[in-house]
Write a new protein. Structure first.
Length: 254
């Protein structure tokens, strides 16, 4: 429920499509009124108010396009995926998926040999955004305590899974792998550091590629002199060794 200073009221009723027995469209206004009027919390809000305007019905079913890019086309925003309207991340997810699109398009047009890599890059990030926002929505629903036993809330507080949004990381879970990255507005493959909290990988920090630095820290001598080993790997930027080592430890990489 929301209101404007001139007295207008806006009400939204969200139903589970699997359990809602919806009437024909011309009966939806009365259908919604019959469910809103008995609500104690709505009484002060709708007192002396009369239904006006047009009622709009929209689906809020989560949608993930499994193939969001082809050789000559690309999906962004809601065309690529849509998660949950109640958690309020729609605009952010649309912008997030759109920001990576220029590099994907540029690669498809200028580097046809990297078409598969560019499509993989876009698909992986769309899927990661989808599950990230789905878990944010799940945690919003989990805050409901008054009606938590009702099917509507039970289903949503357990979907899509029980994986936490942010995961703790142990050094033995940290891997170095090749993943597509953006460089100079093009997609290319590079070594990145992959963790449970960063499944797409972290490529660089302050312009420094992290995979070679982590590899340098994993040899035997680094366990006794990690800062010195980092300094040697950093070369003329060795002054950053203490800062990089502290960041690695904070991330749980070492």
């Amino acid at each position: 429920m929301a209101g404007t200073p001139d007295g207008r009221r806006y009400l939204q009723l969200t139903l589970d499509v699997g359990s809602a027995d919806l009437p024909p469209k011309d009966q939806l206004v009365e259908y919604c009124n019959d469910r809103i009027r008995p609500l104690e919390m709505a009484a002060p809000f709708i007192r002396d108010a009369e239904p006006t305007g047009e009622l709009h019905a929209r689906t809020s079913t989560p949608i993930l396009c499994r193939e969001p890019a082809g050789d000559h086309w690309i999906r962004v925003g809601d065309a690529a995926m849509a998660v949950d309207p109640l958690s309020g991340n729609g605009i952010f997810q649309s912008l997030s998926s759109a920001l990576q699109a220029p590099a994907v398009i540029n690669t498809l047009l200028r580097q046809p040999g990297r078409t598969a890599l560019a499509r993989l890059f876009h698909r992986a990030r769309v899927e990661e955004l989808f599950f990230r926002f789905a878990r944010i929505g799940r945690d919003f629903y989990a805050q409901e305590s008054q009606f938590s036993a009702e099917p509507f809330w039970q289903q949503r507080r357990d979907w899509p899974d029980r994986v936490p949004i942010h995961q703790s990381v142990r050094p033995d879970q940290v891997q170095i792998a090749k993943r597509p990255v953006v460089e100079n507005d093009l997609i290319r493959e590079a070594e990145v550091v992959v963790t449970p909290d960063q499944p797409l990988g972290v490529w660089h920090l302050q312009g420094l590629e992290l995979a070679p630095l982590l590899r340098a820290l994993r040899n035997g001598a680094a366990k006794e002199h990690p800062e010195q080993m980092l300094a040697a790997a950093l070369g003329d930027r060795k002054a950053l060794a203490p800062q990089i080592l502290m960041w690695f430890r904070h991330q749980g990489w070492v």
